[in-house]
Design a protein around this ligand. Sequence first.
Ligand code: NAD
Length: 322
Amino acid sequence: MGPTIKLSSGHEMPQVGFGLWKVDNATCADTVYNAIKAGYRLFDGACDYGNEKECGEGVARAIKDGLVTREELFITSKLWPVFEDGDKVEPACRRSLADWGLEYFDLYLIHFPGALKYVDPAVRYPPGWHYDGKSEIVKSSTPMHVTWASMETLVPKGLAKSIGVSNFQAQLLYDMLRYAKIPPAALQIEHHPYLVQKELLALCKAEGIAVTAYSSFGPASFLEFGFKHAEALVPLMKDDLITSLAGKYGKQPSQILLRWATQRGLAVIPKTSRVEVMSQNLDCTGFDLEQVDLDSITDKDAGIRFNQPSNYFSTDKMWIFG
Ligand code: NAD
């Protein structure tokens, strides 16, 4: 096992894991199996990714073939906003567990803050953002402290070893820390050289919240959505600074980007379906960047965020998510 991060729950989380967003259903089981074979132990899933059954199939096959045991794996899933009403949290977690074929998650996260009106899984699953499945955004009146209290019940019930949040900003975390009986063990956020999030990282460090970076390659993950601000930027893998550091350290640009994040103390969860790239991405902690190089990457910060709900839809209601 590679390096791990000790969570406030007492459990260890691998520092390098595998992301499951946009891994298509047809290839997902094989991708997960191959990633386990390549050495990945952490898998970052979510109800919203619509592939939890297939992910579970890959895990089950790897366990059956003796590649790994359940205890050696660290599996994360996420609660979608339509399940943030207090009485919907546990059933949503149980549905994700059933899809994966697991008895517990190592980490269960609130995917986004901001509860939405409940959508019965019998109507549509995964439910997505829209109440009508097309364009309607309907808020629920549930505040975060109610959702979090329900998240906390998952731990003694043995459904989640650790609980945490994703896409939360500082003020909401500060608020949570005032009522949480179990503080969030982890925060998962968009993090790349165009979005460095210095202050949020400092807050998490001070409060003992582990941080996982997603979309470590920045705009690369968002080109397929036609985001103009992603297309307008130099791809990070082709950026002059990143490619020159790749030359200096004899590594791939992707490994420089992942090492910058891991040396800042973050966990990373890159995703790829190419087996040779899986190994390359996993191999991103065995060398060190000099401080001056870490700083020069950090200096690229432009405060550019891609994964915010308002970027995906032309609806005037999406401001509720920032
Ligand atoms: P990523 O940054 O891991 O990958 C972006 C693109 O780069 C992908 O198309 C991938 O195929 C490609 N790529 C991967 N490794 C490469 C390499 N070595 N060389 C060249 N290209 C490479 O993108 P991501 O999927 O946005 O983020 C990773 C994971 O983070 C997701 O799969 C998901 O699990 C998680 N995530 C979470 C949230 C959230 O809201 N919590 C949002 C986005 C992503």
